[in-house]
Write a protein that binds this ligand. Structure first.
Ligand SMILES: Nc1nc2c(ncn2[C@@H]2O[C@H](COP(=O)(O)OP(=O)(O)OP(=O)(O)O)[C@@H](O)[C@H]2O)c(=O)[nH]1
Ligand SMILES: [Mg+2]
Length: 215
């Protein structure tokens, strides 16, 4: 029997941006995801960043997460971080219809600034524990999710429900995209070597791994 094939999986590093209107729970979701902690008080964010490492489908991923400001007076930096983001969590509150409606404009901005229709996005309807105050139907959110071809999760930072899942889903999207782009780049740089020398591809991936610091 031939020996099992060794498949080399380099560590990847991604910039994730958490976006959404003020007070929907972006900071609480991020704090639960990164530190497993619940924040009851509301302290509007200017800009916070977190670095965390996780394993997704057996692959090591380092995430640089930018928790952004939802309130208008702090949105001046938006263009800049949209440019550097590789994946976006778009968060609204299921208890606020206007917060849901504001996502459309945010997505338009992302697509315009990235000049890319297929940029990885996950939609999060937070505060799912406030079911009695729900003002965004699940069906409405799902239809947006289908229209954008972006997954939708209902989450609660308070009860720590569906907090990790949106981040993991986003990682999967970014990894898939990265792999596809890798193959395209390999085809471009090594058109004649692609069949005869798969080691060339591994060497390039190894090179990139060296740049990725494990926390
Ligand atoms: N019931 C409930 N309250 C939540 C939840 N997530 C956040 N909150 C509360 O909502 C308020 C705002 O949460 P933040 O995480 O600070 O909101 P934000 O989106 O970061 O707001 P900005 O930084 O101003 O953009 C806080 O008082 C939180 O305790 C949730 O899942 N359920
Ligand atoms: Mg915040």
């Amino acid at each position: 029997m031939p020996p099992p094939k060794f498949s080399y999986q380099p560590c990847r590093e991604f910039n994730v941006v958490v976006l959404g209107p003020g007070g929907v729970g972006k900071s609480c979701l991020t704090a639960q995801f990164v530190h497993n902690e619940w924040i009851e008080s509301y302290d509007p964010t200017i800009e916070d960043s977190y670095r965390t490492q996780m394993s997704v489908d057996g692959r090591q991923v380092v995430l640089e997460i930018l928790d952004t400001a939802g309130t208008e007076q702090f949105v001046a930096m938006r263009d800049l971080y949209m440019k550097t983001g590789q994946g976006f969590l778009l968060v609204f509150s299921i208890a606020s219809r206007t917060s849901f409606e504001e996502l459309e404009m945010l997505r338009d901005d992302i697509i315009r600034i990235k000049d890319d229709e297929d940029i990885p996005i996950v939609i999060v309807g937070n505060k799912a524990d406030l079911e009695d105050q729900r003002s965004v139907d699940r069906a409405k959110a799902f239809s947006l999710s289908q229209r954008w071809n972006a997954p939708y999760y209902e989450a609660s930072a308070r009860t720590r429900t569906n907090v990790d899942e949106p981040f993991v889903d986003l990682c999967r999207q970014m990894l898939r995209r990265d792999d596809t782009h890798d193959d395209l780049r390999d085809d471009l740089y090594y058109p004649h070597q692609r069949v005869e020398d798969p080691a060339a591809k591994r060497r390039r991936r190894k090179k990139r791994k060296d740049k990725c610091s494990i926390l």
